[in-house]
Design a protein around this ligand. Sequence first.
Ligand code: FAD
Length: 394
Amino acid sequence: MYGLSAADEDIQARARAFADELIPFEVEAELAGGLPDDVTAAHKKRAIELGLFATNLPRDLGGGGCTTLQQVLVQEQVGRVTNALGWVAATPPSWFPPVATRDQLARYLLPTTRGEREECYAITEEGAGSDVDAIEATAYHDGDSWVLNGVKWHVTSFNTADYCFFQAKKTSYSQRPHGSIGGEHLLFLVDLPSPGVSVVRTPAYSHTISHHHPIVAFEDVRVPAANLVGAEGDGMLYSREWFRFERLMVAARCAGAAERLCAEMSAFAAGRVAGRVPIAAHGLVAGMLADSVTELFAARSLLYETARAIDRDQADVKTAHAQCSMAKLYCSEMAGRVADRAVQVFGGRGYMRENVAERFFRELRVERIWEGTSEIQRMIIARQLTTRGVSALA
Ligand SMILES: Cc1cc2nc3c(=O)[nH]c(=O)nc-3n(C[C@H](O)[C@H](O)[C@H](O)COP(=O)(O)OP(=O)(O)OC[C@H]3O[C@@H](n4cnc5c(N)ncnc54)[C@H](O)[C@@H]3O)c2cc1C
């Protein structure tokens, strides 16, 4: 099915087997807010051994050198697991190598690719989410360092990360801290912990995972000039490139979640008897099953074709950008609908935290928000449609 090559099927099978190893840990993670560090470390080691780690980086940098389709196949399988346990099959920043200095490669990217260091992203602010250009964080040059100020929201994995990418606008000492409007975007590497970096608070979120998303203050944080990423003014470029990649991987994990939900709810519906017949024989339940697997097939076809198009033509970035948005939009909304139906099919059991449908029902909601909301994806898609025509996108 789907015309996968032998190599594609091989990595897909490895990822599927790995996901099946993680699934038994879900309820423990749900009830405890994550797994013990040594268990997570063992899972990460296993992901590395199985060749499921850093699939998005070239082999000469220690990565898996996988095609886009193969990266999708891996993320799809780990997406079948709840509680973010599949995040151990991590994908370090693939946009970074072309702009990283030798020193940045040695200190940040290569150890990350080996699984020794972990990154996080500090971009969003209280007043700047969808509109990244509205960030107020500042960076000014002082001798051979930069001084960073700002308060960042939702910094995922701050509690587990060894360094973060911090986005700010260039300003001067006299203009700080509110002189950033219209300034060039800059991206920095900040080691964690660093003097001046502190957690304001760690809010609770809908999902129950070991990765926190705290609000983090950066107050007069001094980093060496060598920690500026790429050229001044290019900060937004890197974020956009990362968004394109991450949106496709979000789509992949959503397809995996929907597959798991279709499998679990159909098995339950075939065995659960109500009114002396399996509930799957009731037309209203059968309709939910049929709609779910039909939407999964449509979503997966779109997802794989988007990945294949990127592998065929690396140069057509605009089409890739819009199609990744289409994949994220459709797969995340599809998975949300499937999770809602799955809760319904499971009935009262579907409302229990020990049930996979309940966990996915909460966990999948954010897939329509992070890495660009559904509304932002629609704006991107519509802009490309109106400027380049339907044949460019579909
Ligand atoms: C669990 C979680 C983890 C996250 N992790 C990170 C992280 O690690 N690093 C990081 O930097 N950020 C992170 N984020 C932030 C995330 O990327 C933003 O929440 C997201 O981009 C939306 O921004 P916002 O929350 O400010 O919403 P807003 O931008 O305020 O949007 C609110 C509503 O208005 C709509 N809207 C806004 N602008 C438009 C428009 N132009 N057209 C149509 N509708 C519009 C939105 O779609 C949305 O429905 C995370 C968020 C969450 C919830």
